[in-house]
Write a protein that binds this ligand. Sequence first.
Ligand SMILES: [Zn+2]
Length: 111
Amino acid sequence: MHEYSLAEALLKQVISHAPPGSKIERVVIEAGPLQGIEPHAMQTGWQLITRETACAHTVLEIVELSWPLHCPACGKDWTSPEFPATCSCGCADSHPVGGRDLLLKSITIAD
Ligand SMILES: [Zn+2]
């Protein structure tokens, strides 16, 4: 499962960023559209993976990013919530650039 391995990689990242022994309350990630993440599956994967760890019962918040697009006709770069999308110049051949990121945005640690 795609999301399961992503959750596993995320957990490693979270643990390496959090001070040892700290209680993590919330993890916020940004997911680029090309990751093809299904938020529900990601949540399930996260819960399974973190069950026996310091991240158990952590709230995982997934922020889904817009498509970063490039227009071959006029050279404009912009973002769109959907793909394919038509550029403001009328060209419908815009293609995604980047957007593959799964970024750890923030970690909230309990007092
Ligand atoms: Zn254009």
